[in-house]
Design a protein around this ligand. Structure first.
Ligand code: SF4
Length: 781
């Protein structure tokens, strides 16, 4: 809206129906909201005039982000206003999408989905949950309702092209898949970062708004930052040292660090956790076969450098090793993720200030439930896929099998698919095979704001409302925060929204799948969800609500519904909660009495509540059956033979393709916002000058890149910021497919790197796809 323009239909915002008023006459207001776009959880200050966003900037009073914002944060406005964002459900009729009412859309789903379940069973319907769900309270809480309602075991998500190896490693070591230590960056003296580029990503599995500023503060107080990465990323550029490792060899490198620590008498878990460590002698003997001198050629890092880095880690007053996507999505993803924390233990840095520590989240912490210090431990493999026999992990199957489970006929064949906020055609391996498989489905429903490369295959698209119509709380991401905080954001705009909230969509789909019909009351499903949670809590002998009256607790929550009711319950029964009247205050880790946390308290504190720096949590946090840190879980030790056998493997004449993150991009879904994609082409192939010369390529040329499963043509960008023998491309591009309705993205489509990713190339332990370290051949196109 331009200054002084006329606005004749102010509706809910203008409060002057039927009268033309100048928009400048409408007073502005400010809303505070946590940014939902990445894991950094920055506070935003949104200025609105009526329902129009005037400005978005960082919230300087946010207790965690203190005003930091990246270029993506302000695009809440562009996303809200994006004309391609769907506002009405679409149903495909005679091959064309047509807008329909919500009632018609749900009726169509009932008409087509229920017969598939009746004829072929519940496993004939698969689900795929995409990454934005992790940033969405409503979808986070009700994705489980959806999966349970469908009752399928064929669940998939973006996790197996992302973080699952870290969760598996954490599960085996500490007892739950969300017991993931994070670098205590604000108090650390030394940080080693592997396969992560927080200057572009702003951090992942480590919630730290202004990650770059925190790294700079570490260096300013005399600390050191080392980046181990095949690319000289922006983070590496700003660090004290860049170690240009060969892709896929981080586990060898870390094993050599462990070897050196024992070999040179530097290994010491520290008095604080020594009594809680199992497998000390075993890790020493495992590492014995990985002397730096033995793996240096494999890693492409000199043995003297590995030994020096091990000494630096051991000698620093405090240090933390942190690894992320580059070490997860590779041949030895789980081993590398595990060894990050083995090094943290062996250098005495686990669970102490300045080292690698565990958050204590206000809500939803898996390791705040049940008896402290011991548990059932982590399990996977509670089922195997029909075609290839890959193991279940975190309640789902590796997404690399999705295409074959659709294609392969026989009992258990996947015939229908429900996706939510996901674009697996761009995000998962062998995209072209998956796209062809989606066309073979009998029925497909997508919950999505866009008609994109995946949802174009759907029979029904259900668009959730704009972000601004729903509340926000980072339930998942605060499990990995570098400081304990709690921020709640109410909806920025009052209804009626321009779509349904995810919780209503997912609940209704669950009810349809349960045979309750398209008109069933979603409140029934919601009441069932909260009642189950409360009953479980009052029956938990170790929990704060043990033995309490479930009806009393439910009536204390009765004023709310949907995600807010569940969140209020989680906060009030959490470690800082009021335990439903049992206490009014709690004493924080620094001895200060604070009001007990409820959702009402968070509503009264829109900039968030600071719950203090991370505190040591071992042994209380452990949920392993032994009640100890398992340094050498048998499931991971078993894969070490494969690691040992890979020492000395070469590239066989291939280049190794790795990914690349850009500050203005977030996987596939923000490419329709012009403000983020304008300017220089960013979907290019980075290649070292020596390689380019040998191949006869110049900057701006188009290279043909071929892998076992596909080939693409992509513009070349020559740079010294990459190791020779390695090439790099961002993922999430390739928006020029038929049927996509993304005006901006289609005009700057880029090329889909996952056409090259091979569904057969896996991290064996977790089934996670290798998208960093794909062997490819590069020639001029
Ligand atoms: S860093 Fe992440 S959370 Fe912060 S403004 Fe940018 S996209 Fe939003």
């Amino acid at each position: 809206m331009t200054r002084g323009s006329w606005h004749g239909d102010l509706g809910r915002s203008g409060r002057r129906w039927g009268t033309l008023v100048r928009m400048t006459d409408v007073p502005t207001r400010t809303a505070i909201r946590t940014c939902p776009f990445c894991e950094a959880s920055c506070g935003l200050e949104i200025t609105l005039r009526g329902d129009d966003i005037v400005r978005v900037r960082g919230d300087r009073d946010d207790v965690f982000s203190h005003g930091f914002i990246c270029p993506k944060g302000s695009t809440l406005k562009q996303l809200h206003e994006d004309p391609d964002r769907l506002r009405r459900p679409l149903v495909k009729r005679d091959g064309e999408f047509v807008e329909v009412s919500w009632e018609e859309a749900f009726a169509e789903i009932e008409r087509r989905l229920v017969p598939i379940i009746e004829a072929h069973g519940r496993d004939a319907v698969a689900t795929y949950i995409g990454n934005p769900t992790a940033h969405n309270l409503s979808a986070m809480l009700y994705a489980r309702t959806l999966a349970q309602g469908i009752g399928t075991r064929m669940r998939f998500s973006a996790g197996t092209v992302d973080q699952v190896p870290k969760q598996v490693a954490a599960g085996y070591m500490f007892g739950t898949a969300v017991t993931v230590p994070v670098p205590d960056i604000d108090r650390s003296d030394y940080m080693m970062i592997l396969g992560a580029n927080p200057y572009a990503s702003n951090g992942s599995l480590c919630t730290a708004p202004d990650f770059p500023g925190r790294l700079e503060a570490l260096r300013a107080r005399g600390g050191k930052v080392v980046v181990v990465d095949p690319r000289r990323t922006k983070t590496a550029e700003e660090a004290d040292e860049w170690v240009a490792i060969v892709p896929g060899t981080d586990a060898h490198f870390l094993m050599a660090i462990v070897h050196t620590l024992f070999d040179e008498g530097l290994a010491d878990a520290g008095d604080h956790i020594r009594p809680w460590v199992n497998g000390w002698a075993d890790i020493e003997s495992l590492a014995a076969g990985f002397a730096p001198e033995r793996v240096e050629d494999t890693c492409g890092v000199e043995a003297t450098t590995i030994r020096r880095l091990a000494r630096e880690l051991a000698g620093a007053p405090t240090a933390a090793v942190y690894g992320r996507i580059g070490i997860c999505t590779q041949d030895f993803g789980t081993l590398a993720s595990w060894l990050v924390d083995v090094v943290n233990v062996v250098t005495g840095n686990l669970d102490r200030p300045g080292g690698a520590m565990f958050a204590l989240p206000a809500a939803g912490g898996a390791a705040t439930r049940g008896a402290p210090g011991k548990g059932k431990g982590f399990r996977m493999g509670r089922g195997h896929t029909r075609v290839r026999g890959l193991a279940e992990v975190l309640g789902e199957y590796p997404v690399v099998v999705l295409a074959e489970e659709i294609e392969t006929e026989g009992p258990g064949q996947v015939r229908a698919l429900v996706t939510a906020a996901g674009n697996p055609v761009l995000s998962t391996p062998n995209s072209e095979r998956l796209a062809a498989a989606l066309e073979r489905l009998d029925f497909m429903v997508s919950i999505d704001i866009y008609r994109n490369e995946t949802t174009r295959h759907a029979d029904v698209i259900l668009p959730p409302s704009s972000n601004l119509y729903r509340s926000h709380y980072d339930l998942l991401l605060l499990q990995f925060a570098v400081r304990n905080v709690a921020n709640y954001s109410p909806p920025v705009l009052d209804g009626p929204a321009d779509g349904l909230d995810e919780w209503e969509i997912m609940s209704r789909l669950a009810l349809i799948a349960q045979g309750q019909g398209a008109l069933a009351d979603v409140d029934l499903a919601d009441d069932f969800a909260i009642t189950s949670l409360v009953q479980h809590a009052v029956g938990d002998a170790s929990g704060p609500l043990s033995g309490r009256n479930a009806d009393e607790i439910l009536s204390a929550l009765a004023a709310r519904r949907g995600p807010e009711r569940i969140l209020d319950f989680m906060l009030r029964s959490g470690p800082y909660g009021d335990w439903f009247g049992a206490r009014e205050t709690f004493t924080d880790a620094e001895g200060v009495e604070q009001p007990a946390v409820t959702l009402a308290l968070l509503e009264a504190n829109p900039h968030g509540i600071d719950l203090g720096p991370l505190q040591p949590r071992i042994p209380e946090i452990l949920r392993t059956p032994s009640g100890r840190i398992e340094l050498t879980p048998p499931e991971l030790v078993a894969d070490c033979e494969r690691l040992r056998a890979s020492i000395g493997r070469g590239r066989n004449g291939h280049h190794l393709l790795v990914g690349r993150r850009d500050l203005r991009s977030n996987n596939s879904w923000m490419h329709n916002l012009n403000v983020l994609v304008k300017g220089k082409e960013r979907c290019t192939l980075h290649i070292h000058p020596d390689d380019a010369r040998a191949l006869g390529l110049s900057s701006g040329d188009v290279a043909r890149v071929t892998s076992r499963v596909g080939k693409i043509d992509v513009p070349v960008e020559i740079t010294e910021a990459i190791r020779p023998g390695v090439v790099s491309m961002p993922h999430g591009w390739g928006h020029d497919l038929d049927g996509v309705a993304l005006g901006v993205a289609s005009a700057r489509p880029g090329v889909n790197s996952n056409v090259l990713a091979d569904e057969e190339q896996l991290d064996v332990v977790s089934g996670t796809a290798v998208v960093n370290g794909i062997p490819v051949t590069v020639v001029p196109a």
